[in-house]
Design a protein around this ligand. Sequence first.
Ligand code: 5GP
Ligand code: ZN
Length: 137
Amino acid sequence: MDNCIFCKIVNKEIPAKTIYEDKDIISFLDISQATKGHCLVVLKKHFDDITSTDDEKLAKAILIAKKIAIRQLKTLDGIIGVNIINNTLEGAGQTIMHTHIHIIPRYKDDKLVIGFPNNFGKNSDEELDILVKKLKI
Ligand code: 5GP
Ligand code: ZN
């Protein structure tokens, strides 16, 4: 895809600090380290976002993400957990429209905020049933 930064990295037109590569996937350090060791898993083929991504390749990507998380947990000093995140569409924070997964090591007092509000009990049973009807697949 013209003008896609990740396609340019895949095609070696711009450099990246690569930690893994095979015929379908490349993984490298995020240029902006949310925490030390923040990695991206990127599909070599361009798909705009996860919803249009080939199933088999996506499955492969999540398995590589798992391997990287295991590696981070083994090798990074002070690591206490890992967030594995995908942002889908701009409304959810996706800035590069080429499918990728973030693997973000967590450290005590790392100041990174990834959280959910505690909304337990705030939805009626009826509301939840309507959601189940809408979302059942
Ligand atoms: P998104 O916001 O789309 O979920 O994540 C895109 C990520 O790509 C951001 O965390 C951003 O720092 C990273 N990024 C943007 N441009 C580059 C680049 O040229 N090289 C690398 N390694 N990462 C990039
Ligand atoms: Zn691309």
